[in-house]
Every structure is written in C-alpha cells, then in structure tokens.
Design a protein around this ligand. Structure first.
Ligand SMILES: [Zn+2]
Length: 131
C-alpha cells in the first residue's frame, strides 16, 4: 500500500510523532533552500536588467550594473537598502516596493547626492546636482 506523504504525516502526528521523519525534514529544508536560492537569483537578474535599462538618472551611465545603485529619494520611508533586502531573502513584492521609492544612479552620482543632502546649504552653491 502506498500512502501519500500527507497521509503518512497525518498518521505520524496522530501517533504523537513528528510530522516528518528526519530524512523527510532534511529533504524539505534542502528543497526550500534551492527554491530560495533560485528566487534570489531571479530577483537579482531582474534588478540587474532594470538598472541597465534605466541607467544613472543623473549622468546616464549604464555600462555595469555593479556600479549602479538604488538611491532612495528624499522623503521616501526607507525600509532597507534594496541589495540588503535581496540578500536577506525578502519577498519580491517587498523588494519591488522599495525599488519604487528609488532612482537608479551610478556610484559617483550617488555619493555626490548623499553628500549634498547631508549638508545642503554648504554644497548647494558649490556643487549643484546636474538635474
Ligand atoms: Zn551617474
């Protein structure tokens, strides 16, 4: 007699045993890791394509996605950096909601933006942003 996995699990729980055997639990954890890795790879690829498609909002640079950042716009409520959220395996929806609060800028323009925002009065005359 071959019973389904769910039926076996119910029988084990009814007998006061853990839902899954140690082998089943191990396999399920491994499968979950594989799924999570695949989802992270897909999301990273999607974000890379998005960066290259948009390019730097300030100077237009778009040669390497690694040199492009997601810059949270002033006034946006920042949950976390987009890359950090991806590495923390946050959901695609959560990551894309964060991306929506950002502009893509190259690393150089991002630094200039950040410095200008920190001391807006000092830098406003010395180095205005190009946009
Ligand atoms: Zn730039």
């Amino acid at each position: 007699m071959s019973r389904s996995g769910a039926s076996r699990a119910r029988a084990r729980v009814a007998a006061g045993l853990p839902r899954y055997t140690e082998e089943e639990a191990q396999l399920r954890r491994q499968q979950a890791r594989v799924r999570a890795d695949r989802a992270k790879e897909q999301l990273t690829a999607e974000l890379t394509a998005l960066k290259l498609q948009r390019g730097c909002a300030d100077c237009g640079y778009r040669a390497h996605a690694e040199a492009l950042d997601f810059d949270h716009l002033p006034g946006a409520v920042k949950i976390a950096g987009v890359t950090r959220m991806v590495s923390e395996r946050r959901s695609r929806d959560a990551v894309m909601a964060e991306v929506a609060k950002c502009e893509v800028v190259c690393a150089n323009c991002h630094r200039v933006r950040t410095a200008t925002r920190r001391v807006p009065l000092q830098n406003a005359e010395a180095a205005p942003l190009s946009r």
